[in-house]
Design a protein around this ligand. Structure first.
Ligand SMILES: Cc1cc2nc3c(=O)[nH]c(=O)nc-3n(C[C@H](O)[C@H](O)[C@H](O)COP(=O)(O)OP(=O)(O)OC[C@H]3O[C@@H](n4cnc5c(N)ncnc54)[C@H](O)[C@@H]3O)c2cc1C
Length: 360
């Protein structure tokens, strides 16, 4: 019988924290390391946190659609572990494009792949979302979508990990991974070697410098995006909307977050212009917006890959080194965590994530 492994996870974002929780509750002895003093200070803190599959077109990327779909089951099971405190009941999401035909086709493609978005016409939309000024001709409605509040989720995991006896080393940067005889033998922290058994690199774009000494075949890249936080009164609106002009959701009372693409040249002026345009869009989109002001405009370095596939699993040629780097990390976190737990215990996984042989 396999003895219980000891696992060191580098990175306490949504991916590392979820993996730590899955492993620790299975009885694995876990050590979690992060360069920040508290968990969730990387891109996790700048995330929109929308759990959905509607943004993954099953015709273009059936694998991504499949594992985003699988995440819902895992999240509902997780929420039961946390007595429903991990996320509130589904608010649902409304997604539409400029072209009604395109939106309808997208809904049909999802339906053909067994998913359940519904197409709403203008009148149905207006009934469901009377706070929107111009109801679109056709909208994809996903009633079971929900969103996570990054800081609340991090705090809950942190508390749970403490209870499970996880060793947490915050405020420590991993400077390097020492590989001897095809094994990750130690991590270098503050110039000192810390011996390791199994290692999971869940350091998002921070994985790139960590893996650099071994090669550059991993294909992990940074894909920055912008998160804008505003304060406003938007009567009636509390869900998730993704239209051609805005992707917006409520975070807390009178506080909303908006995800935006990165400007080509992200100067201070470009970011300020983007913030001004976003605020104007909010006022155009909703009825009776008052007291609207920008609270922050932040750049988040999303971890992505050159081929769009996840990097989750054992690294080729280094027996005890695993990667957990994937986009979209919030949606996939419990699927990644389940897959890694199964791999560490060397058992077949129902949650295998399409990845490729991880070479570094
Ligand atoms: C604007 C925006 C909107 C988004 N919207 C969504 C969404 O709606 N749904 C979704 O699923 N995803 C979304 N994402 C993507 C999502 O935020 C990321 O995929 C996810 O947060 C990645 O989590 P992570 O744990 O891998 O990374 P991180 O949160 O960055 O965690 C990595 C951790 O590793 C630590 N670290 C790095 N290097 C080292 C080192 N050498 N030593 C010690 N510690 C180290 C960092 O401090 C960090 O805490 C969005 C991203 C952005 C920017």
């Amino acid at each position: 019988m396999m003895t219980s492994p000891h696992v060191t996870i580098i990175g306490a974002g949504i991916v590392g924290m979820t993996a730590a929780y899955f492993l620790a509750r299975t009885g694995v002895s876990v050590r979690l390391i992060d360069r920040h003093e508290t968990p969730g200070q990387g891109v996790t803190d700048r995330s929109f946190g929308w759990i959905n599959y509607i943004t993954r077109d099953p015709a273009k990327d059936p694998a991504a659609h499949h594992y985003c779909h699988a995440a819902f089951d895992r999240y509902h099971a997780l929420n039961r572990d946390f007595d429903g405190r991990l996320f509130s009941p589904a608010t649902g999401s409304l997604l539409w494009t400029e072209d009604a035909r395109q939106t309808l086709d997208l809904v049909h493609r999802h339906q053909q792949h067994g998913a359940a978005p519904r197409a709403l016409n203008r009148a149905e939309f207006a009934k469901l979302a009377p706070f929107v000024v111009n109801p679109p001709e056709c909208t994809a409605y996903c009633a079971h979508d929900f969103a996570l509040h990054p800081r609340k989720v991090m705090a809950l995991y942190h508390q749970a990990l403490k209870k499970l006896g996880t060793e947490m080393m915050f405020g420590h940067s991993v400077e390097g991974i020492v590989v001897r005889n095809n094994r990750a033998a130690a991590l270098v922290i503050d110039g000192t070697e810390l011996a390791t058994d199994r290692v999971i690199v869940a350091s998002a774009t921070g994985s790139i410098p960590l893996l650099a000494p071994f090669g550059d075949q991993h294909g992990i890249i940074s894909s920055p995006a912008i998160l804008i936080t505003i304060e406003a009164e938007i009567p009636g609106f509390h869900g998730i909307l993704c239209g051609p002009e805005l992707e917006i959701r409520q975070l807390e009372k009178n506080r909303f977050i908006i995800a935006e693409n990165m400007p080509k040249n992200p100067t201070q002026t470009a970011l300020q212009d983007l913030a001004d345009q976003t605020l104007a869009s909010v006022c155009r989109l909703f009825h009776n917006v008052t007291s609207a002001r920008i609270l922050s405009v932040q750049i988040g370095e999303r971890p992505d890959s050159t081929d769009g596939l996840a990097r989750v699993g054992r690294v080729k040629n280094i027996d005890n080194l695993f990667l957990a780097v994937a986009h979209p990390g919030f949606i996939l976190a419990p699927v990644i965590a389940q897959s890694l737990t199964d791999q560490i215990f060397e058992r077949e996984s129902l949650y295998e994530i399409p990845t490729r042989s991880i070479e570094i």
